[in-house]
Design a protein around this ligand. Structure first.
Ligand code: C2E
Ligand code: MG
Ligand code: MG
Length: 689
């Protein structure tokens, strides 16, 4: 300076300095100036000074190593030296502990200050806080890493595409589609969509919608691959990317079709179930209506299936049902419908025309096929079906009505002796109605005790001695004619009313025997059993209690079983009979010869007497066949130590013949009919017994 500054000049200069400081201290940057000698600070704005824990004044004159710290100085010194030697600007980034202790990132620009001669005399330092920028970068990097990790870790396929061009996919997607990464990258995503689905997928892509939907891809090997797409749009580094999660739907579709299958099929036989059958039957009937066809509905019920289940076990029952299902299907044509309705019931809808004997032919085939012997539960068994038929449209115009009427016809077939086929007749519906009404009356009869017992005496054939009496039930509804057992017992058994009735019969018969006993005529009473009663788990206890209630010894009671009851589970029947015998109770087999008792059963069971069925006695002595059978039975019984009683002996010729053959006992109208209690008393008195 040539001359000292004037006051004005000084004032102007102060103003200028103040302005410069105002500017420098309000910049969003830290600024400093260092001279070359010893790198001492000659200027620092407020930001720079504070960054290193100083004031604008306290920082001046300090060496740069003292300001930024020895360690940092060692790190950056080579750069400063380079600025000086190369006379070029240098930038670097470094970390700096912030005032709150948290590290901050700064970007440092060092610019050389050159004099007129081009020599470096100092350095301008400009510092920006780039912590926020660094954090954003780190966050981006982390999210990229996370995404990459997620893509790798996800079990589901993930694909990224930009404007339809695949930019990235993860390994599961490669595994799912069968492609290798290079085969997909850069290709159009739509190329890999199942051709039938392309239009729809393209529409979703174009709309940019964020949705999930089911579609399909084409596997590298060419097959269709059902998948679910879940599509999202991502904004990534200023780009709009579409991310598609690709889920394999094969398992889900399989599970769905399995559930669907289970809902429509019977698990045991694999046949359609009732609801599936009815659905299809309706369609088939509608078609038949249009074509003027007359399809037929068949209701098939296996005869005595329960016995197989009870005696051979449920596994054998299952085998039988599966076999029956196979045989039914095998006997039908492909257009026919078949279903299992539960239990041992099958229903068939024959699609063809029922005119011209077609139904009878199929029913015959079914009867033969199902009845074939088979192995189940370690035994060879043969179970016949009973079949009921209802024709469309005369027996019903919808499947419900046809099934109901075929069911009614099936019951008719059963009552005709099983292994039979019956076609529905309107009268059967009336009979079913009558049964229903009778059931109601019978239930009332049980409540009101509208029953009486008659007694039919039994004699020794050799000398005509009175041996006992069989109790025979009659239903005597007030104001109506008496009903014989065969007219109500089958229904009572079917509706389980036979249990209370049987209990009443036993108690009543024992009371009568007690009275005879008290009057000095200890006559045993024979009581008929229904299979329902004999099958009750506490049957023996019931008998024991009834004997105790009547105060009667067991030897004054005989129980009549039918052959059917003996055919069940042999060891169980044997145990029950032995317990009854232990009470002193006698055991007789009723209607012998009409059933299928195996000789083995006869041999192993403790039976006291065989009651030869009336149907054999009827033809005697003229009917050679009956005579041969009766003779054989008598001989067999003698061999087994059992007595024989001939039922329904009506003539002296029968009586004489039987006596001559060695038959032990008889019962029949000729000697004495069944009588009411009073009539019996009179009869006994008249006989002078
Ligand atoms: P069942 O045990 O074989 O009884 C003999 C049947 O033959 C009786 O018929 C009897 O009246 C009849 N009868 C007896 N002598 C003659 C004869 O000389 N000629 C003819 N034609 N018939 C004769 P009912 O009383 O009608 O009984 C029929 C069946 O009903 C019985 O056959 C028996 O199986 C059953 N029943 C009767 N009472 C009961 C009972 O209390 N409980 C059970 N569960 N069943 C019974
Ligand atoms: Mg009897
Ligand atoms: Mg009998």
């Amino acid at each position: 300076m040539d001359r000292p500054a004037s006051v004005e000049e000084l004032a102007a200069l102060r103003d200028e300095v103040a302005q410069f400081r105002l500017l420098a201290n309000n910049l969003p940057a830290a600024i400093a100036y260092y001279d070359r000698q010893g790198y001492t600070c000659r200027y620092a704005n407020l930001g720079y000074a504070r960054m290193f824990g100083h004031t604008e004044a306290s920082i001046l004159g300090l060496g740069f190593a003292r300001i930024i710290g020895e360690e940092a100085a060692r790190e950056v010194l080579p750069r400063i030296d380079a600025v000086v030697s190369d006379r070029r600007r240098s930038s670097y980034e470094r970390q700096l502990p912030g005032p709150d202790g948290r590290p901050r990132w700064i970007e440092v620009d060092v610019l050389p200050h050159l004099d007129a001669a081009g020599e470096v005399v100092g350095a301008f330092v400009l510092v920006h806080d780039i912590t926020r920028h660094r954090q954003a970068e780190a966050a981006l990097r982390q999210s990229e890493e996370r995404l990459a990790k997620f893509m790798l870790a996800s079990a589901e396929g993930i694909a990224f595409h930009k404007d339809g061009e695949i930019t990235d996919v993860n390994p599961p997607l490669l595994a799912l589609t069968g492609y290798a990464l290079p085969e997909l990258l850069g290709r159009q995503a739509l190329d890999f969509v199942d051709p039938a689905e392309r239009e729809r997928v393209a529409a979703v892509m174009a709309s940019g919608a964020e949705i999930g939907y089911e579609t399909a891809l084409t596997h590298k090997s060419g097959h269709r691959l059902p998948v679910e797409f879940i599509v999202r749009t991502l904004h990534y580094r200023d780009e709009r990317l579409r991310m598609t999660i690709v889920r394999d739907l094969r398992d889900r579709i399989q599970a769905r079709s399995r559930i669907d299958y289970l809902a429509h099929h019977d698990a045991l036989t694999g046949l359609p179930n009732r609801s599936a059958f009815i659905e299809r039957a309706q369609a088939l009937l509608a078609a038949a209506q249009a074509q003027g066809h007359r399809p037929a509905m068949l209701f098939i019920d296996l005869d005595n299936f329960k016995r197989v289940n009870d005696s051979l076990g449920h596994l054998a029952g299952d085998t039988l049902l599966r076999t029956a299902a196979r045989r039914i299907t095998g006997a039908l044509r492909s257009g026919d419908l078949v279903a299992r309705f539960g239990g041992d019931e099958f229903v068939v809808l024959l699609s063809g025309d029922s005119r011209g004997g077609g139904v009878a032919e199929v029913a015959g085939k079914l009867l033969a096929a199902i009845g074939e012997p088979l192995r189940a539960g370690g035994a060879t068994i043969s179970v016949t079906p009973s079949i009921g038929v209802a024709l469309f449209p005369e027996h019903g115009t919808d499947s419900d009505e046809l099934i109901k009427h075929a069911d009614t016809a099936m019951y008719q077939a059963k009552s005709r002796g099983r292994a039979n086929c019956c076609i529905f007749e309107p009268a059967m519906a009336a009979a079913a109605m009558a049964d229903l009404a009778m059931e109601g009356r019978l239930a009332q009869a049980v409540r009101e005790r509208e029953f009486v017992l008659h007694y039919q005496p039994q004699f020794a054939l050799a000398d005509g001695r009175l041996l006992g009496a069989e109790a025979l039930i009659r239903w005597a509804p007030p104001g109506r004619p008496q009903v014989l057992p065969e007219d109500f017992i089958p229904l009572a058994e079917a509706r389980r009313l036979m249990l209370p009735i049987g209990q009443w019969v036993l108690a009543e018969a024992l009371c009568a025997a007690r009275r005879w006993h008290d009057e000095g005529r200890p006559l045993p009473v024979a009581v008929n059993l229904s299979s329902l009663e004999f099958g009750a788990p506490d049957f023996v206890e019931q008998v024991q209690a009834a004997l105790a209630a009547a105060g009667l010894p067991g030897r004054l009671l005989e129980l009549e079983l039918t052959e059917r009851m003996l055919m069940d589970d042999l060891p169980a029947v044997r145990r029950t009979l032995l317990r009854l015998k232990a009470l002193g109770v006698g055991i007789a087999v009723d209607d012998f010869g009409t059933g299928y008792t195996s000789l083995r059963h006869l041999m192993e069971l403790p039976i006291d007497r065989l009651k030869l069925d009336r149907s054999f006695v009827q033809g005697l002595p003229g009917d050679a066949g009956a005579a041969a059978i009766v003779r054989a039975v008598i001989q067999m019984a003698q061999g087994l130590g059992m007595r024989t009683l001939a039922e329904g002996v009506e003539t002296a010729a029968q009586q004489d013949w039987l006596r001559a053959q060695g038959c032990d006992e008889m019962q029949g109208e000729m000697a004495a009919p069944p009588m009411g209690e009073e009539a019996l008393q009179a009869w006994l008195r008249a006989r002078g017994a």
